[in-house]
Design a protein around this ligand. Structure first.
Ligand code: DI6
Ligand code: FE
Length: 412
């Protein structure tokens, strides 16, 4: 029997309803009259209160106990795809697009992704942290306890490293787990205009090895798209990631089908993301590789995409689906994971259970964190969200309402 350790002090949440999200239980793995015991920041027990082993409680006698009064407890939420660290904003570009401007016209007026690159290069690391914190705080206020943050607005070694350091610092400024992803192959920086091959050679041969050596990145991502990089170019970056021992993820098939999903799967990617144009063969390849499909309805909504990702193919093939904000200044300035779930349900027709698993267990898998987070299971980090709701469906159903009662990260 696990013994109680006092750092942090053990704590018991009782008289709760649990959505454990455990894979060995159907649906959300719900438990009526449940309890969660945390010890040393880990879950020591999560299940029916009546089955709480007395031996876990005995040694101290004085365990702090919270009566949840029938509230629901879910695992802390996980936003597994964000570009949270950027400088400035693109509201002017939004206005121009509303007035009918095309992507090219926006770029000529100084907007687009390159404007975010310029702004990030001019900003100090402190400034980047200061600008990202209000966005992070908004996510945290909705029960988010783990977040992924990508680079990709620096596009040279120094500025990509600056972004990733700022991202790591978010995890020391706030009680949240941060996973960082190097997205060097995001866009072509101005100094490489007209020279994609040269830039990819630099990303794969110079930037990625330098970033990997600093330990600033937990994974590597790329943007595989007609307006970004080809599958062959992404493969060069993925080869470099493999050589550096880093797992990969991919922005795939967002605006067209370049077989990005299959490319990601062939590298054993943790996830392929967006996937509006993914084929059945792409979904099958993802299923075989265990690659998670990350749905990003915020970007779909904001750019007024009309092609819905092939949810039915993912279901048929048994591909795990996650849901994330894609929080970024150009195509998804979105900082609500609750609203994102509503969008996934309404726009993509995902079920309530799929949405909730998508921000917990499946999101953890998309980050390679399935042993650490995403379910209420003994041994995992004691990351909890406690909700003032009558049923888990309310978390997906409501728009612009936050029923979070309390949030626990690593047992605190
Ligand atoms: N997918 C997108 O939609 C964007 N990046 C990406 O990988 C756009 C990012 C931006 O416009 O700033
Ligand atoms: Fe993205």
């Amino acid at each position: 029997m696990a013994s109680i350790d006092h750092n942090p002090p053990p704590k018991l949440w009782r008289n709760a309803r649990l959505a454990t999200m455990r894979a060995d239980r159907p649906g959300l793995g719900t438990v009526e009259k449940g309890a969660v015991l945390a010890s040393s920041g880990r879950i020591a027990f999560a299940g029916p209160e009546a089955e709480l082993p007395a031996a876990l409680l005995e040694p101290t006698g004085g365990i702090e106990t919270v009566d949840c009064e029938g509230r629901w407890i879910t695992p802390g939420l996980i936003d597994c795809h964000t570009h949270l660290v950027w400088a400035g904003n693109r509201a002017r570009e939004f206005e121009l697009r509303l007035a009918g401007a095309s992507y090219e016209e926006v770029a000529r007026a100084g907007g687009g992704i390159v404007s975010s690159v310029r702004a990030l290069r001019e900003a100090s690391e402190d400034r980047l942290v200061a600008e990202a914190l209000p966005r992070l705080d908004t996510l945290i206020a909705e029960g988010v306890t783990t977040i992924e943050v990508k680079s990709g607005y620096g596009l040279d070694t120094e500025n990509e490293a600056k972004s990733l350091r700022a991202a790591r610092r978010l995890g020391t400024e706030r009680p949240v787990r941060v996973r960082t992803t190097f997205l060097g192959a995001h866009a072509l920086p101005p100094e490489h205009a007209g020279d994609k091959a040269g830039f990819i050679a630099k990303v794969a041969g110079e930037m990625l090895p330098a970033i990997a050596a600093t330990g600033l990145a937990d994974a590597v991502d790329g943007f595989c798209e007609g307006i970004a990089f080809s599958p062959e170019e992404i493969a060069r970056v993925f080869d470099a990631a493999r050589a550096a021992g880093l797992p990969v993820k991919l922005h795939a098939d967002q605006l067209s089908d370049l077989s990005g999903a299959a490319l990601a799967a062939s590298y054993g990617a943790l996830s392929a993301d967006h996937l509006e144009y993914t084929s059945e063969a792409g979904a099958a390849a993802m299923a075989r590789a265990g690659t998670v499909a990350v749905m990003l309805p915020g970007a779909f909504y904001f750019i007024r995409e009309t092609k819905v990702p092939p949810i039915e193919s993912f279901r048929r093939q048994g591909v795990a689906m996650a849901v994330a904000t894609d929080c970024n200044p150009g195509t998804s300035p979105l900082t609500s994971l609750l609203l994102t779930m509503n969008m996934a349900a309404t726009l993509f027709r995902m079920t309530v259970d799929e949405c909730l698993l998508g921000v917990t267990r499946h999101a953890a898998k998309a980050l390679g964190l399935e042993a650490e987070a995403g379910t209420l299971d003994a041994g995992k980090s004691a990351d909890l969200a406690i909700w003032d709701i009558e049923s888990p469906a309310e978390l997906v159903y409501r728009m612009g309402f936050n029923p979070l009662h309390a949030r626990v990260w690593r047992g605190r």
